[in-house]
Ligand binder design. Structure first.
Ligand SMILES: Nc1nc2c(c(=O)[nH]1)N[C@H]1C(S)=C(S)[C@@H](COP(=O)(O)O)O[C@H]1N2
Ligand SMILES: [Mo]
Length: 319
């Protein structure tokens, strides 16, 4: 049994180190990467240049998620990534995902569509660390120290036109690399995985593009090299391994919405009072510790986002 003794209001020491230790740690990570490469008997040792961005400074507004950070080991071995199968134990299979190089297309209602290389994008954004809660629609939850940048920074780079009302995200589509995308596994699932937000949601400070976790580049099973995270929405909105960001006039229909429109909607805001058709949403179970907590409206982030929905009528905001 795993018991987390850490006080929830304390970040692990290694995640909030002063600048000098932080720089030494970078050196340490580079050295570790060289050693790992040597151990594998690989060609010449080339440290991953993406390591240099980590860890980033903590955004003080998100220093404390009110609960213990989920153990890294639990978080990197229990994942939802249907591209690699329906099991939660896809971490080793997901290592097939090739993330270097990684191009992202920016298109739709923008001044001028373009493609940006992930490593170029990293030079144009301001990275920060933030510790937030994640709530899967299946009622398990976790607390993750992400590194990334507010989605609003990507929106600014994209220069959407006045016609843009939604942002549509798309994951890679490579059935030879990702067996879940083969028809033999899930029949007619509408790959690639698609998700969407309104422009107002996308501009909210909570909407976050994640490039790292636990002070390191994002592991493949968690959606490397770049994913979305929306802590106030059910986890399926937080699309992984994004290759395309499109600005649209019409509301995109997301992957799970196409598969099960009666169970998974566009809005998917967390709400304990609105049960999933097949189970209650009033409680959640923390990954690893198995501790249970009452589910909170907007997953406890109403202060940031409740105003986005106050004038929306006749919509299923909570499924
Ligand atoms: N492309 C893609 N993104 C995805 C998924 C997926 O299957 N494919 N699963 C979603 C669901 S349901 C959840 S709960 C989270 C899980 O993120 P984690 O594996 O990093 O915990 O990713 C979301 N993003
Ligand atoms: Mo989920």
């Amino acid at each position: 049994m795993r018991i987390i003794h850490r006080k929830p209001w304390n970040l692990p020491e290694r995640l909030v180190t002063p600048e000098d230790i932080f720089l030494n740690r970078r050196g340490f990570l580079a050295a570790a990467a060289i050693m790992a490469a040597g151990k594998a008997g690989a060609e010449e040792a080339k440290p991953d240049p993406r390591l240099a961005y980590y860890p980033a400074a903590v955004n003080p507004a998100f220093r404390d998620a009110g609960r213990a950070i989920t153990a890294e080991e639990d978080n990197t071995t229990f994942n939802n990534f249907y591209e690699f199968g329906a099991s939660k134990r896809i971490a080793s299979l997901a290592q097939r995902l090739e993330t270097v190089p990684w191009a992202m297309a920016i298109d739709g209602e923008v001044e001028k569509p373009f493609t940006i290389d992930f490593d170029d994008l990293m030079k144009k954004v301001a990275l920060e660390m933030r510790v937030v809660r994640h709530r899967c629609v299946e009622a398990w939850a976790m607390v993750v120290p992400w590194t990334g940048f507010p989605l609003s920074q990507l929106v600014s780079l994209a220069k959407p036109t006045g016609e843009a009302r939604y942002v549509r995200f798309e994951t890679f589509h490579k059935p030879n690399m990702a067996p879940g995308q083969k028809a033999s596994l899930f029949g007619d699932f509408p790959w690639p995985y698609v998700e969407g937000l309104t422009m107002e949601e996308a501009m909210n400070d909570l909407a976050f593009m994640v490039t790292g976790a636990y002070g390191k580049p994002l592991p493949k099973q968690m959606g490397a090299p770049i994913r979305l995270h929306c802590p106030w929405k059910y986890g399926f909105k937080s699309i992984k391994s994004v290759v395309r960001v499109s600005f649209t006039k019409d509301r995109p229909v997301s992957f799970w919405e196409q598969i099960g429109p009666g169970e998974y909607g566009f809005w998917a805001n967390v709400n304990p009072e609105v049960a999933h058709p097949r189970w209650s949403q009033d409680e959640e179970r923390m990954l690893g510790s198995e501790e249970r907590f009452p589910t909170q409206l907007y997953n406890g982030y109403g202060e940031w986002v409740a105003h986005l929905y106050k004038d929306i009528k006749g919509e299923a905001l909570f499924m």
